[in-house]
Design a protein around this ligand. Structure first.
Ligand code: EPU
Length: 350
């Protein structure tokens, strides 16, 4: 046994907590225990643990996670904090935050500092470090549009690497971390993210729900704070608070189909909302498909689809990962049978 391994094994034995309850650490409140657990407050802890534990998972606030049961490995619970103005040029502010920062608090802080640009993404649950993994998006904005770069620990070598926007290969609720399986197999642990917030600010208020909220408040020309408040109001009205009703937000992606399929579906189902992405691809509203398939507000065992937003799967109390999988498959089957459309889940399954 080489010295390095021996040192690392000693470190593992002395610093990891064992047999940790994961139920409070995932917002669907699913049961499961972690064999080993480390709260990560500094990047160098990752480098230390990288070489001594191969089976690992980086956990943020567990708001996009379906826990299947016990995890026989190491949970690296990301808690690196810190936020600062990393730089500034004529065109933009570059704002950096630790991966463990709460996303909504970070957005709120940028607005307080006078650096708008993230307001449409207010109140999205989760951490800064998780935001790029699924390219979080809402109300007409995706994080890719405000992303500059990130730092991550390469868990195979223990070295810190930097990824810019193109290296992240962002897509709709997608990035290289999902495409290459780097997130699920714990290959990279994101430690900090830098955002580019343009100094010429443009409001994004075309999304119908946000526009209607601003109009109802009598706001004609909204500033960033007012947009944030409108987004928060819409989210609070439509989406369940995970603290009260455990959930992971949208449970499925909105499916993207070819134009011919979209036209055929809309002829058969005139109410179907369509969002053209380009000349040949059209996004469909999964919430609408699920509602039409009869699942809105309906339960299967201890899980169900939320009564105000059919795309959100909720734990009514005492559910397991198996209950979630059973409901997911039932919905996929019914939507497939009724519309011939395949729904894919948005959260990560562990
Ligand atoms: N709809 C229904 N029934 C429902 C839910 C929705 O008919 O039960 C219809 C709506 O009437 C609307 C359309 O579906 O015509 C779209 O609904 P909504 O505006 O609520 O947005 P969404 O497509 O269901 C997406 C994101 C959300 C994001 C909102 C706002 C995905 C998978 N979801 O939801 O993101 O907050 O747009 O931008 O892209 C998340 O990813 O966790 C999430 C909450």
């Amino acid at each position: 046994m080489c010295l390095r391994t021996r040192i690392d094994e000693n470190r593992c034995m002395h610093t990891y907590l064992t047999n940790i309850d994961l139920l409070p650490l995932n917002t669907l409140a699913l049961p499961g225990r972690a064999a080993r657990y480390l709260r990560v407050t500094e990047a160098k802890q990752l480098a230390d643990s990288a070489l001594c534990e191969r089976h690992r998972f980086v956990l943020g606030s567990g708001s996009n996670l379906v826990l299947s049961g016990d995890f026989d490995g190491l949970i690296l619970h990301m808690a690196i904090t810190g936020r600062e103005l990393a730089g500034e040029d004529a065109d933009a502010w570059y704002v950096r935050a630790g991966a463990g920062e709460n996303w909504n608090e970070f957005v709120d802080w940028t607005l307080t500092q006078g650096w708008p640009g993230l307001e449409n993404l207010s109140l999205i649950p989760g951490t800064v470090g998780a935001a790029p993994i699924q390219n979080i998006g809402a109300y007409g904005l995706e994080i890719a549009e405000r992303f500059h770069s990130l730092a991550a620990c390469d868990m195979n070598t223990g070295r810190i690497v930097r990824l810019d926007r193109s290296a992240c290969r962002f897509g709709y609720r997608d990035s290289v971390f999902k495409q290459e399986g780097w997130y699920l197999d714990g290959r990279y642990a994101i430690t900090e993210v830098t955002f580019r917030l343009p100094k010429v600010w443009q409001s994004l208020t075309r999304y119908a729900d946000v526009a209607a909220e601003l109009e109802a408040q009598g706001i004609l020309t909204a500033n960033a704070r007012q947009i944030a408040a409108a987004v928060i109001a819409v989210r609070q009205r439509k989406l369940p608070d995970p603290q009260q009703i455990p959930n992971v937000g949208s449970f499925f992606h909105n499916p993207v189909v070819d134009s011919a399929t979209a036209d055929r579906l809309q002829s058969a189902h005139p109410g179907l909302p369509l969002y053209p992405q380009n000349e040949s691809r059209v996004k469909l509203a999964a919430g609408w498909l699920i509602e039409q398939a009869g699942w809105k507000g309906k339960n299967l065992g201890p899980v169900g689809m939320y009564e105000k937003q059919a795309l959100v799967l909720v734990n009514r109390g005492g559910a397991t990962g198996a209950d979630v999988a059973t409901l997911m498959q039932a919905i996929q089957r019914d939507v497939r049978m009724k519309f011939g459309v395949e729904l894919t889940p948005e959260p990560i399954f562990l």
